[in-house]
Design a protein around this ligand. Structure first.
Ligand code: PXP
Length: 260
């Protein structure tokens, strides 16, 4: 299975001090040597981590395909069109969120310009992916819109997993709506996995390539890895977190070994 390494969090560390270190481009070279198949970055409207200059330098110099996550904001879309990454992944974006909270809601009036943006970038030979929740409706809408890839949002699965099998529920980041009986939580986990499996199968019937990502880590990735039909995982936070202790090269090699 292919590994896209999301390096936004390298830039998060830089922005914590608002200086020029660590440089996300350096992470790109290390990722390539460690066996990553793709670099994923997100140019957020608020520029909270990756900046325009990072995107330009990474696309111009990366020895790997670059998957650029973006919203449908016309200014952002124009930057993507100009810099022409290998792939653009449209994601929903809210200013106040800590991280991308859900997949694209194609019925949301805010996404009425998704169709336009998608075809604008497609015409520039940029591969298009849509970040969607694992539902048949979302997969069908992605196909109708003309995407080549979908990326299934694994955040819900990862949250349940962390509440069940990690210590998240004992910390101040416990998720209140998932503070429920373990038997119920286990059923929810089974359902979340079945939804990912069904959405993958459905997407394959439509000829869509399937990626997945968000919240995947060294503990929970094996379940998603086992879903037949998912070709690529985009993983960021857990790899960068581990790299603090092991170095980025080692952290990527360990993840690559888990999903190979
Ligand atoms: N895929 C998409 C579409 C994302 O928005 C993100 C987070 O930026 C990721 C994958 C990576 O998620 P994480 O950092 O939780 O591994």
């Amino acid at each position: 299975m292919l590994l896209g390494v999301n390096i936004d969090h390298i830039a998060v560390l830089r922005e914590a001090r608002k200086i020029n270190d660590p440089d996300p481009l350096q992470a790109v070279y290390i990722a390539q040597l460690a066996g990553a198949d793709q670099i994923t970055i997100h140019l957020r409207e608020d520029r909270r981590h990756i900046h325009d200059e990072d995107v330009r330098r990474i696309i111009e110099n990366a020895p790997l395909p670059v998957n650029l996550e973006c919203s449908v904001n016309p200014d952002i879309v124009e930057i993507v069109a100009e810099l022409r990454p290998h792939r653009a992944t449209f994601v929903p974006e809210k200013r106040e969120e800590v991280t991308t909270e859900g997949g694209l809601n194609m019925d949301d009036p805010n996404f009425s310009n998704l169709d336009k943006a998608l075809h604008y970038l497609k015409a520039r030979e940029i591969e298009i992916s849509l970040f969607v929740d694992p539902t048949k409706e979302a997969v069908r809408a992605a196909k109708t819109l003309g995407a080549e890839w979908i990326e299934l949002h694994t955040g819900h699965y990862a949250n349940i997993y962390a509440m069940l099998y990690a210590n998240l529920s004992k910390t101040h980041h416990s998720i209140p709506e998932l503070e429920i009986e373990r038997t119920k939580l286990k059923k929810m986990l089974d359902k979340a996995v079945t939804d990912l499996e069904d959405a993958t199968e459905y997407a394959q019937e439509f000829g869509l390539h399937v990626a997945a990502g968000h919240g995947l880590n060294y503990q929970n990735v094996h379940v998603v890895r086992a879903i037949h039909g998912i070709r690529e995982l985009n993983i960021g936070q857990s790899i960068v977190a581990r790299s603090v202790f092991t170095g980025l090269d080692q952290a990527i090699r360990e993840m690559k070994a888990l999903i190979a």
